[in-house]
Structures are given as structure tokens and as C-alpha cells.
Design a protein around this ligand. Structure first.
Ligand SMILES: Nc1ncnc2c1ncn2[C@@H]1O[C@H](COP(=O)(O)OP(=O)(O)OP(=O)(O)O)[C@@H](O)[C@H]1O
Ligand SMILES: Nc1ncnc2c1ncn2[C@@H]1O[C@H](COP(=O)(O)OP(=O)(O)OP(=O)(O)O)[C@@H](O)[C@H]1O
Ligand SMILES: [Mg+2]
Ligand SMILES: [Mg+2]
Lengths: 168, 162, 162, 168
């Protein structure tokens, strides 16, 4: 299984539809302070089913919806599509014959959210099950937030245990 | 499940030792399970990390420097990937506290892993950019609105100013 | 003492606004006192920081980026120095999260303050080294034992690898 | 008042007597990871009267005493001398006629500590009083530890109040 494309619309500072194609190997993202680099990492965490607004660096989940600028109005919805390729073992939802799967997550200002797999509406639980089977699983050590690399070391021993549990 | 836990712990511990050695270029490190009280269940124990950078005495993690802590944490993350590969990994300015030598060692290790795992690395550092297979620049030409452009190394270095 | 507190608050707030403007090259910011409950004592209130980087909407500090947070914090520290100068200040890799432009602006501000306050700055970044009146390199030629040598810019840059 | 010289012996990784002369203006300190840069900043905080081992990145205060290497034995004592020049208003201890004052702090493995001003034994309180008068005062915003610059922003509003109180 590998990441092929991430498409963000109205998510944080990505007001207009913006897409990133991932290569196998190493993709580097650069740019000045405050331009939106960490927002991409937040976007990946969000489309993979993140439930906590705090982990999205916000107070409530609606904080991820583009909030406007001095000249633009806020948008009414945030949407992210993540396309995965060479997905093995995605039998749980009958997607095993597809070699390409697109996960979609939407959030409206009203607080309503939608989840889709290959444009078919589903629940968040279905997305999590799908990811579990493909090894994308939990994101405890697959997404390291800015400034948090040292936290694994400075946290208490019982907090570090989860790393072994993830792997077990 | 106790057996599964112990298998995972032993596997991670073995790989952590070798990964630490190649990231620090010497010294030694290991993981230890610490039961909260005598005789309690192994599943409730905490994970202690013992690290000895090359030439130094064994010391508490608290006394380690900012760069040493980042490198030890990276060694642990890489060890987990070796035991249970994850198809992708996002690293957000993990190389910021590292000096030139450590950035190089860290980058080389990323390259080794990039065969099995897809890495998305947010960075300001030039040596890490040079290793990338694809480079994206994020701009805010229109204030408050992010855009993405695919760049070459030279442009990327200019954007980061290195 | 309530009067003293309010005088200090108003003075810091005024300077914070101007320092923010020159560090960010635009935008606006201010400090607000937030009483914990209605009608409680001003001395018990919390300090809220409101910041609007240039071109962006007013937003919660949580949504700010790593570099923006470091710059806002630096503006607050400098504002305090303007109101109550401290003879010295130690800054340990405060410029690490900043991009090239912001490192320059931050460095220029340090230079302005270095007239009244003595700064001891630990850094990996070349623009900050270039501004220094004295440069020290710390080495561990004997593993585990630190030594200090006075260096020139060229050697310092080599030690930091920039 | 300004800093003139810092002399460390047996403090953290500074096993041998090491001295730093400070210039007016900007002094920059550089070097590879783990070489001892932040230990200098800890040294300044310590000689100015820091009481908490946690703020010295240790578990107990004895952790600041040089702990040995693979080839050197641990030392029995840590000592730091800080020489200040052009000290105004240091009347509280009768030092006003001195233009140069040296503060000394020592800690022995036994846990015993010594404080001296111009080689005259005194209490920690005397050092703190002296510093209060000279404006070096509290160190809340004069020493910013590595990685902590963002903390001023991410802490709770009532925790930030101390900044105003320091100045008041
Ligand atoms: N919902 C939103 N609507 C509009 N803009 C937003 C929203 N959420 C966050 N932002 C903007 O995103 C910016 C932060 O972006 P991000 O954290 O990705 O920066 P960065 O590129 O990682 O910078 P650094 O190099 O400093 O870490 C903030 O300045 C904020 O204005
Ligand atoms: N009591 C002690 N005895 C001997 N060595 C010590 C003692 N306390 C700390 N150290 C050593 O000091 C080192 C850390 O130094 P310091 O934190 O100053 O590094 P640094 O130069 O700031 O590095 P970085 O660039 O990574 O932040 C540790 O590796 C540790 O070995
Ligand atoms: Mg960021
Ligand atoms: Mg340091």
C-alpha cells in the first residue's frame, strides 16, 4: 500500500483545491514560516480519521475549515481526498479488487461530517477498519508533529509503553 | 497477549540497539521494562530508555542535550518501523535540533528506510532536501492562502534560505 | 500594588505592539487582561495574547505555526526588556524554528537591544553568528569533557556546519 | 551592571576549570550536539541562585557535579564564579564601593553548598538580595531554555501573568 495523492479543499490555509502527488521514497516539503507546511501533516492525520481537535491544533474541529483572510470569506466546508495505491488485504469492505482506493473526509460549518470510500458514503469506523487491514493502522509513531520529537524521550515510562503495544 | 507484548519488546529492543549505533556512530543504548510495583503484570510496566552517547558515561535521559534527545527518539521510531513497517511516515522538522554531522547521519538512515516506507519530510535543512525524490514548495503569495508548487533543489534551497 | 500592576501591563502592551510590528514587518498584536470570573481582582487575571500576522485574519494562538509562535514569544520578551531592562539575557537556540527572513529580522532586533542588554546567544544559524561581538566554540575533543575556545566567524561556521 | 566573566569547574561537562569572558553586546556560542552549550546557560542560572534541580535538567542537585567519563573519575565538587562589573546600588551588603563583584556557588557530593561574595562566605539569600538591587533580579524572562521559547505562548493565560508581575 502506498500514498499516491492528497487533495485538500478549504482545509486550514488551503482555501483552493490543492493537490500533492507523493512519490515512493522521500518527498520533502519546504517554505517560509507560517506558509502552511504543518497544515499538510495535519491534513494527513485528519483524513486518516483523527478525532481530537487538540491534535489538529485547534479548539473545536471546525477550526480546520478555511477561516478567510482580509480579502476572502471563510468557506463552508473542508474536504480532503487521499488516494492510496497497491492496497492489499482490503477485504473487510469488499474493496479487494480495487488497486486504488480514495478516502474522503468532509466537515461542514454546521458540524456535520461525511466520510466516503471511493465516493461511497461510509462511517468513520469503516475507514479505520480499512486502514487497520492495510497496515497504515495507528499513527502513534507514523506522524511526528513539529517540536514533538523530543517528547517520546521526556514523557514518563508508562506513557512510552504504547509504542510496544502498537507493534505487538 | 503477554507473549505478543514480550515478542514485540524484544524485537524492538534488538533493532533499537543497532539503529542507535549507526545514528550516533558509537556508544550503546537499550530499552528496559520497568514494572510499576513488585510482581505486577508485565503488560502494565513502563518503558525505560537507557542511552550512552559515544565516549560518555551512562546517564539519565534528562541530562541529554536537545540534539541527543531528538536522535534517540528518531532511533526508537526507526526501530519500530523495522519491526512493524508502516507504509508511510510524516516527519515535521525533526532535523531542526541536529548539527551538520547528525543531519547527514539522519538523512542517510532515512534514505535506507525510504525503500520500504514512504517519507514525507518537512524541513529547513539543505542536506535533507538534497536526498529527496520529490520536492514541494509551499507559498503564501496571496496572504493567508497556501499554494503548492513542485520545485527543483535550487529553488527549494532559496525558499528555505539555505 | 494594583496600580503598579496596571502601569506595567499598559507599558508592556504598548511596546509589545511596536516590537511585534517590526519583527513581523506588518500585522498587529496586543495583550489583554482576562479576569478569571466576573468582578474578580485585576491582580488575578490571566494574560491573553492576540496576534494577527500580516495579511491573515485574527486567529487563536493555537493555529499559529511553530515559527510564528517563536517570533510572538520573542516580541513579548523584548517588550519586557524595553519596559524593565535586564542587564543580561541568555537565548538558547531561540532562532531554530525561524526561516531565513525571520532570522534576519530577529538578529537585527537583537543588535538594537545589545546596546543596553548583554546577550548570550546559543545558535546554529550563520546570520546570528555574523552579528556577534564575540564568538565562542564549545568542543568535546576529549569525549565527555567540554572545552571552550574563542573562534573567528569562519571557524564558528565550520563548527556549526553552515 | 554587566557580566564580565564566568568560571566553571566540575560543573556538568566542564570538568576542568573553564572560563568565558563576556563582551558588551552580543556573545554567540556555537558547537556540535551534546558538546556543552546549554550547560553554560544552566551554569548562569545556577550561580544566580537556582533552587530547583528540575530547572537544571536533573533529578537531584548533585547531578550538576561532573559525573566522570569512560576514562575520568567523577569530581567531588562543582564550583562556578561569576564576576560582575560596574555594579550600581549594591548597598544592601556594603559592596557599593566595589566596582567588581564575584559571586561564587559551590556544591559538594555530600550535598553541602557554599555561597560567597568576593570570597566572603554568605547565604543564598544574600546573593539574591544583591541581584535584586542590581536589576538582574528574577530570571523569568532573562534566560530562555532550549526549546522553551514557544512555551510562553502555549501556556495558560494565568501562567503568563507572572511576566507582568516581574516587571511591576
Ligand atoms: N482554518 C484556518 N483557516 C485559515 N488559515 C488557517 C487555518 N488554520 C490555520 N491557518 C493558518 O495556517 C498558518 C500555520 O500554518 P503552518 O503551521 O502549516 O505553518 P508552517 O509552514 O508549518 O510554518 P513553520 O515553518 O513556522 O512551522 C497559520 O498562520 C494560520 O494562519
Ligand atoms: N554532571 C554531569 N557530568 C558530566 N557530563 C554531564 C553532566 N551533566 C550533563 N552532562 C553532559 O552534557 C551533555 C549535554 O550538554 P548540553 O545540553 O549543553 O549540549 P548542547 O551543546 O546544548 O547540545 P545541543 O546542540 O544538542 O543542544 C550531555 O551529553 C551530558 O553527557
Ligand atoms: Mg510548521
Ligand atoms: Mg543545547
Amino acid at each position: 500500500m502506498r500514498f499516491h495523492k492528497l487533495e485538500m479543499t478549504g482545509f486550514k490555509s488551503f482555501a483552493d483545491k490543492t493537490s500533492v502527488t507523493f512519490e515512493p521514497g522521500l518527498t520533502a516539503v519546504v517554505g517560509p514560516n507560517g506558509c502552511g507546511k504543518s497544515n499538510i501533516s495535519d491534513g494527513i492525520r485528519w483524513v486518516l480519521g483523527e478525532k481530537s481537535a487538540k491534535n489538529m491544533r485547534g479548539e473545536k474541529m471546525e477550526d480546520v475549515i478555511f477561516n478567510g483572510t482580509e480579502v476572502r470569506k471563510p468557506t463552508g466546508m473542508a474536504e480532503i481526498n487521499l488516494t492510496l495505491q497497491d492496497v492489499e488485504g482490503a477485504d473487510s469492505l469488499g474493496f479487494s479488487e480495487f488497486k486504488e482506493i480514495t478516502i474522503t473526509r468532509r466537515l461542514y460549518r454546521s458540524g456535520e461530517s461525511e466520510y466516503l470510500i471511493n465516493k461511497i458514503p461510509c462511517r468513520l469506523k469503516d475507514i479505520r477498519d480499512l486502514l487497520m487491514d492495510t497496515g497504515v493502522g495507528s499513527r502513534a509513531y507514523s506522524i511526528i508533529e513539529q517540536g514533538k520529537i523530543g517528547q517520546i524521550i521526556t514523557s514518563k515510562p508508562e506513557e512510552r509503553r504504547f509504542i510496544i503495544e502498537e507493534v505487538a | 497477549s503477554e507473549e505478543l507484548f514480550m515478542d514485540a519488546f524484544n524485537a524492538i529492543n534488538e533493532t533499537f540497539k543497532t539503529v542507535f549505533l549507526s545514528l550516533f556512530g558509537g556508544g550503546r543504548a537499550e530499552l528496559q521494562l520497568v514494572p510499576p510495583e513488585e510482581g505486577s503484570d508485565v503488560l502494565d510496566s513502563g518503558l525505560e530508555i537507557v542511552a550512552q552517547p559515544p565516549g560518555k558515561k551512562l546517564q539519565s535521559l534528562l541530562l541529554c542535550s536537545g540534539g541527543e534527545k531528538a536522535l534517540i527518539a528518531a532511533a526508537l521510531v526507526f526501530a519500530c518501523f523495522l519491526v512493524k513497517p508502516s507504509p508511510f511516515c510524516v516527519l515535521d522538522e525533526v532535523d531542526a535540533p541536529l548539527d551538520e554531522n547528525n543531519v547527514q547521519r539522519f538523512g542517510n538512515m532515512l534514505k535506507d528506510f525510504a525503500g520500504k516506507t514512504q517519507f514525507i519530510v518537512i524541513t529547513h535543512s539543505r542536506p535533507t532536501m538534497e536526498l529527496a525524490d520529490a520536492l514541494y514548495g509551499v507559498t503564501m503569495d496571496e496572504p493567508g492562502v497556501s499554494r503548492l508548487v513542485s520545485v527543483r533543489l535550487k529553488e527549494a534551497a532559496e525558499m528555505a534560505g539555505v
